[in-house]
Write a protein of this length. Structure first.
Lengths: 239, 224
């Protein structure tokens, strides 16, 4: 271990870390932007759900290196190749969580919104999606952590990211660099995870209030759907 | 030319189909690495997951392991093993097994934990022993999730075995890594197409296996 390598290369390390964070976070956000409308459609028209689920889980089964390779034909050795691949992977986690989240909205809540004169769109936007936020964010946590970790594979097709430290470390037989790379990927992922937890607290103040007053769980606190724990537990970062 | 035409030209060229770096041998290597790693991981993780689900303890540890697991960069882990151990079968086997354990562990744990207590109570009321409750009620009811865990682990292993070509293993990843190094996109595309087919084949066979082993009455639950 030669720790002095780290302070001497801070500029490079910072640039690789930012690039890795950018690839992972942008992919997860694109995944969210696609999976919310897709999940809303699947929750509304349940015939859509099984085929969508088959497609997303088939995409998820494809190793990321192979998906990069397929996309190279169209987008070249670019950031876009990595981002498209990681976005497609994130759908496998995000779509089921959006659907589970929307399905967890208690029927009385939905009826109350209708009785108050909410139209379908307004009810979706102001009642159903907010109630689904905890489950959707649970999916975002999995998707973001996986994407950040998988983004480090971009280096295999020459896209700059923390994976550079692994490959350079291997070529120079220099463990410090490899350890640092692994550590930074893990730290980056955990920081993003913590940020999403904080966002959930900000977006769902009613959950905190319910807990603080030790009141019985309010109807607005969605019950964790049975399938959700398993979805979180199972969907991981297939590389 | 698109991906498919590159892949097709390479796959139909003929000389790829024989010899020590021929496609049949590479497919067998890839499946061999994957099957061995999955078998070892299942032998470790299934009994452990079922046991801690049965005694209903250790939830925090299991969830933490599952969360941490996703953050680990597989390429980094593989390369660290090379620098540590040099190149031996253990170099790729240890990371493959280690990375396959969490999904199997967590799903078998969640599966057994999620069994309706009314069912286990009914079993105990009928005079079943702890072992009988485990084997005749908890494990069969947990099977959909146990199978999901094995499938996730298999997908993960097949993917990681592809990347392991970067550290010098055989398998289908060789074509991608060697092709990228030689700037030969035909080989890269052909290898990529084979990996996609292999991964989808593994996925489909697990869906079929699930249909075989999961009792009919349980197939609806957790069908994802």
């Amino acid at each position: 271990m030669i720790w002095s390598w780290i302070p001497q290369n801070l500029g490079l390390i910072e640039q690789l870390t930012l690039q890795n964070a950018y690839l992972g976070i942008v992919s997860a956000l694109f995944g969210l932007v696609i999976s919310v409308p897709l999940g809303v459609a699947c929750a509304r028209w349940s015939v859509l759900y099984p085929p969508v689920l088959s497609v997303t889980s088939a995409l998820y089964a494809v190793p990321s290196l192979a998906l990069f390779v397929v996309l190279i034909a169209y987008t070249g050795l670019s950031d876009l190749t990595v981002i498209i691949a990681l976005t497609l992977f994130s759908l496998c986690v995000l779509v089921p969580n959006v659907v589970d989240g929307l399905r967890s909205v208690p029927e009385p809540v939905r009826q109350a919104a209708t009785a108050m004169g909410f139209g379908t769109l307004r009810r979706l936007w102001q009642v159903e999606l907010p109630v689904a936020i905890p489950v959707i964010i649970a999916g975002m946590r999995v998707a973001t952590v996986s994407s950040i970790s998988l983004a480090s594979l971009g280096q295999l097709i020459g896209v700059s990211c923390l994976g550079y430290l692994f490959i350079d470390g291997l070529q120079r037989d220099f463990p410090t660099e490899i350890f640092l790379g692994i550590g930074l990927v893990v730290i980056l992922a955990l920081v993003a995870d913590g940020a999403l937890l904080a966002i959930r607290r900000l977006l769902t103040p009613w959950q905190r209030r319910a807990r603080a007053t030790a009141a019985p769980p309010s109807v607005l606190t969605p019950r964790q759907p049975a399938g959700q724990r398993s979805a979180q537990a199972s969907a991981g970062a297939a590389s | 030319m698109t991906f498919l035409s590159y892949a097709w030209n390479w796959l139909t060229a003929g000389q790829q189909w024989q010899g020590s770096d021929g496609i049949p041998l590479r497919v067998l290597q890839h499946l061999g690495y994957s099957a061995l790693a999955l078998l070892i991981a299942a032998l470790v993780a299934l009994p452990l997951g079922v046991a801690i689900g049965h005694v209903r303890r250790g939830a925090f540890a299991v969830v933490s392991v599952a969360n941490f697991w996703r953050a680990i960069p597989t390429l980094g882990l593989l390369i660290m093993m090379v620098v540590w151990l040099g190149f031996s079968p253990l170099t790729w086997l240890i990371p493959l097994v280690a990375l396959a354990i969490p999904p199997i562990l967590v799903n078998s744990y969640e599966g057994v934990l999620g069994v309706d207590p009314d069912l286990t109570d009914a079993g105990a009321g009928m005079g079943m022993t702890g072992w009988q409750v485990l084997w005749r009620i908890e494990i069969p009811v947990a099977l959909p999730l146990i199978m999901l865990g094995l499938r996730t682990a298999a997908i993960f292993i097949v993917a990681t075995a592809t990347i392991a070509a970067e550290i010098g293993t055989g398998g289908l990843g060789r074509y991608i890594i060697d092709g990228l190094a030689a700037n030969d996109y035909g080989q890269v595309a052909g290898g990529g197409a084979l990996v996609v087919l292999l991964a989808l084949g593994v996925q489909v066979s697990f869906v079929g296996l699930r249909r075989l082993v999961v009792p009919a009455g349980l197939r609806k639950a957790g069908s994802s």
